[in-house]
Design a protein. Structure first.
Length: 95
């Protein structure tokens, strides 16, 4: 978690580095002034980060997870995100 903990987080998750880079760049450009945009490159890393936000009392506004041949665990990440941050919006990036 960064020093901007008071700012709600947007977490982008994909095992595919290029997908992560493109999604996080677009989201950061549009929402970076108001949200902490965090990128994670795998399900375990993402869930650990989400648990850390929860344990630290930080708000997660959105979790975007890749899903497809390159990201087979994307839906599982979103399911676990729902349990950790029930108020967070969740989105699937299919590709």
């Amino acid at each position: 978690m960064s020093q901007r903990a008071a700012v709600p987080a947007i977490v982008v998750v994909s095992e595919h580095a290029e997908t992560c880079a493109v999604l996080s760049e677009e989201i950061r450009r549009r929402y970076g002034a108001d949200y902490e945009v965090t990128t994670r490159h795998g399900a375990d890393e993402a869930v650990s980060t989400l648990a850390g936000y929860r344990d630290g009392g930080a708000e997660v506004a959105l979790v975007v997870a890749g899903y497809g041949e390159r990201d087979p665990e994307g839906l599982e990440v979103l399911s676990r995100a729902r349990r950790l941050h029930p108020a967070a919006m969740r989105a699937v990036a299919v590709g």
